[in-house]
Design a binder for this molecule. Structure first.
Ligand code: NIG
Ligand code: FE
Length: 398
């Protein structure tokens, strides 16, 4: 028989546009939310049902980290030292460092080693109330390693109480010994086919940038994704404005990510296409960028904004989604409510997930309970984790 649990005495932030509901009750049937609302409206409930009194604590949907490179080998602190002495991210990449150095390290590591380091990172996020992690490949740039990364990503969901969505990011960087077009045709697209055939791909991602792939090359990748029936997303307008955001919108992408150099017309196109703007303040901070994403234009056009760690060893070695929320507020000017939408309902949208990110009957019983009364407390403190308990698939525990 399914476990039934009634959470009572909750301050609920359901992320459905209803604001905060004090003295709320949430009824869980197994892994599904059966009912949620003010306790006074709660239907008659058997006295024998297990109750969890959370003494007025805040309940939100469990968090969703919708853009990570969690699986990777090695680390790049030497590049951090170089950048702190004035070297730029692009110059380090052009000189063979950057993504290429993580590719070399990732190729060297066994599946077991990659899994061990990725699990540590996943544990950090889970401890902050995360229930879904998107994980990209992109540090293999050959079929074997790209597939190894995706297999490791999927293994995380077997080893830990968390869901994983995988994105194939073979178009992350051009290996130094081949041209971009040749790499795309001879390595990246065949690797995508192989990873897809092995059932390892939930979405296709690319890096549209001067140091990576042009819009027309990304267009080719997206056409292949569409033939395979896979949704797309894109690292776009991070270091320059190349047209990636409009390209993503034209392909009905789930999201365009970074967007520091995006403009108002990008915001308009993305809103019309339902493409979520995924903001990654960790990379902006770490690379000491000056150009901020056009948050006001996103608001005006009602482009949904998500927020994520972008956890990767180069531009954003950031293991905290709560810190990403704080940075989205302080650095990009999001309101605390927008930051919370960014890691719940809008993050779900950025992954095409309809079964999570909001507290509604019929959705998954993935919740975060906080030692807090108000949602603004989550991004307000930084370097502090107020998680009281996480409920995953209806089960309690962190
Ligand atoms: O999302 N922008 C491209 N890719 C990653 C960085 C990868 C790296 O530096 O290793 C990002 O920031
Ligand atoms: Fe990224």
């Amino acid at each position: 028989m399914q476990r039934e649990l009634l959470i009572i005495n909750a301050s609920m932030s359901p992320m459905t546009g209803d604001g905060i509901v004090r003295d709320a009750a949430i009824l869980l049937h197994g892994g599904t939310i059966a009912w949620a609302g003010p306790a006074s409206d709660c239907p008659e409930i058997r006295a024998s049902i297990e109750r969890l009194d959370i003494a007025g604590r805040l309940v939100t949907p469990a968090l969703i980290d919708c853009h990570t490179h969690l699986v990777h080998g090695g680390e790049r602190s030497r590049e951090f030292e170089m950048r702190m002495q004035g070297e730029s991210y692009e110059n380090i990449a052009r000189a063979g460092g950057g993504i290429a150095s993580t590719v070399a390290a990732t190729r060297r590591e066994s599946e077991a080693d990659l899994l061990a380091s990725a699990l540590r990172r996943a544990d950090n996020l889970i401890a902050e109330g995360v229930a879904v992690i998107e994980i990209k490949s992109g540090y293999g740039l050959d079929t074997d390693t790209e597939m190894r990364m995706l297999r490791v990503a999927r293994r995380i969901a077997e080893e830990r109480p968390v869901r994983v969505k995988t994105s194939f990011l073979g178009a992350h960087s051009v290996p130094h010994d081949v041209g971009a077009d040749a790499y795309l045709d001879e390595v990246c697209l065949p690797a995508l086919n192989a990873a897809y055939a092995a059932g390892l791909v939930d979405a296709v991602d690319g890096f549209c940038e001067g140091i990576a792939f042009s819009p027309s090359q990304i267009g080719k990748l997206f056409s292949r994704a569409s033939i395979l029936g896979l949704p797309v997303k894109l690292h776009a307008e991070q270091l320059s404005h190349l047209g990636g955001a409009k390209l993503a919108a034209a392909h009905g992408a789930l999201s365009a990510d970074h967007l520091e150099y995006a403009d108002e017309s990008d915001a308009a196109n993305m809103a019309a296409a339902g493409t979520v703007a995924v903001l990654l303040p960790g990379a902006y901070y770490m690379l000491r960028q000056k150009h901020r994403p056009p948050v006001e234009a996103f608001r005006q056009h009602k482009t949904a904004m998500a927020v994520s760690t972008d956890w990767n060893p180069g531009s954003s070695p950031m293991g905290s989604i709560l810190l990403a929320m704080n940075m989205a507020c302080v650095l990009f000017g999001l309101t605390p409510q927008e930051a919370l939408q960014g890691v719940t309902c809008h993050a779900a949208d950025a992954l095409g997930l309809k079964d999570c990110g909001r507290i509604l009957p019929g959705l998954r019983a993935d919740l975060a309970i906080w030692d807090a009364e108000n949602p603004a407390e989550l991004p307000y403190r930084f370097g502090y984790n107020p998680l009281y308990a996480r409920i995953f698939d209806g089960g309690t525990g962190v």
